[in-house]
Design a protein around this ligand. Structure first.
Ligand SMILES: [Zn+2]
Ligand SMILES: [Zn+2]
Ligand SMILES: [Zn+2]
Length: 189
């Protein structure tokens, strides 16, 4: 059993993260992964909400913005910008320019349809229609790659207490927590 400090180092360096993730993905994708089920069950609803909000805000969900959002909803794991560009480029056609994909992602993030996870340098479609000033905690599973969101009022109060004491005015309120989801934790034990 490794001690706590070496576990922490392992998490930081993530030497096995990739291989382990692939393995877990094989046995855990599709039927059993609740994250995948959540995206299948609520993706269409979230897309419709994004469309409606764009109309209400007088913004255009251009084809590339829509394709990027659809591609992110098709995966329950965070997707990097280049990977996303590959997924939405026409088969056999020209690959989308990085600037185009980043512009589309910036728009989607600004509107709250997509979140950027700093710890992964990747993007995940949001299934919740939460407010722009909500504090969101992301529970990122290292095994299956699934991400859960929590935006409880307790979280909001705790972060507000910290920022008020420091007289800090936040522009972006996200907490990223990395570990094992309930399913993978049970599968591992
Ligand atoms: Zn999962
Ligand atoms: Zn969200
Ligand atoms: Zn998991």
């Amino acid at each position: 059993m490794p001690d706590e400090s070496s576990q922490r180092n392992m998490t930081k360096l993530q030497p096995h993260a990739h291989a382990h993730g692939d393995h877990a993905h094989d046995m855990h994708d599709g039927e059993t992964c609740r994250h995948a089920q959540d995206h299948r069950a609520h993706g269409a609803e979230a897309l419709a909400r994004a469309e409606r909000l764009c109309k209400e805000r007088g913004l255009r969900l251009t084809p590339i913005r829509r394709q990027a959002l659809e591609a992110l909803h098709a995966d329950h794991r965070p997707v990097g910008a280049y990977d996303l560009a590959d997924r939405i480029s026409p088969a056999g056609g020209r690959r989308l320019a990085p600037i185009s994909i980043y512009r589309a992602l910036d728009f989607l993030v600004e509107q709250g349809f997509v979140h950027r996870l700093s710890s992964k340098n990747a993007y995940i479609a949001c299934l919740h229609g939460h407010g722009a000033d909500d504090v969101v905690a992301f529970l990122i599973c290292e095994a299956c790659g699934g991400v859960d969101e929590d935006s409880s009022s307790a979280m909001k109060k705790a972060v507000a207490a910290v920022t008020e004491i420091r007289q800090f005015s936040p522009s972006h309120q996200m907490v990223e927590i990395v570990g094992l989801c309930e399913h993978c934790r049970n599968a591992a034990s």
